[in-house]
Design a protein around this ligand. Sequence first.
Ligand SMILES: [Zn+2]
Length: 257
Amino acid sequence: MHPWLIGVPGTIAAAAGVIAYGGVYPRAQLFGSTICRTNSARKLAITFDDGPNPDITPKLLDLLAKYNAPATFFLIGRYLRECPELAREIAARGHVIGNHTESHPNLLWKRSTEIRVELRLTHSAIKSVLGAPPKWFRPPFGFRNPWLAGEARELNMRVVMWTLLPGDWRAPSGEWLIGRMQPIADRAKRALQRASSAGTGVKTSTGEIICLHDGSHHEQNADRTATLAALEYWLPRWRDLGLEFVTIENAVSAPAS
Ligand SMILES: [Zn+2]
């Protein structure tokens, strides 16, 4: 091998590593800036992907109403077309609706034209059902590539990621999922304690975004009873810790408190 070629495999491996990091790691900013946290340790943004789901979303809306918890729903376009009334009800109950593509593909290896179609179909569906276009986008599986940021920006949407992905789609039980969601309470306790002992208030720190699922991209009417059970457990406890439930809109645009 020619001496200068010796480093080539390493360079290719390093480049592949950078692409993997930028495209897959939830808080990576390499392929465009994303929203990964709320603007205050006191604010918790609860988000749901892969709905609307006629079997689960109505029960979830009742549960969120019981604890006065506004949330953000990233809808799959083809499901939205099947149940526009349910999407209207989500919005009417004070929640924010975002775009989660038309058919939930892995965008990591998609070209910009394919990404554009996926984003625009759902963008126009939300606009026609709700009367206003979405301002927020969550990529399926959280996977991004260098073209996604530009396509989202053209539609005036900001890309939203998360700080915690408990894996509710594979939850064997509500108890299992309750344990997986424990970090929200642990981190909130630490952040709020730190802020009060430093006497700085919580304005200097940031808060969590949790990514849950009220549906499944594999099939409509997926069972998400573990997600409901875990939220029934955590919502009052999060509230008693002093956490405020916010939509993504209020997580970033309203003044931190
Ligand atoms: Zn999804």
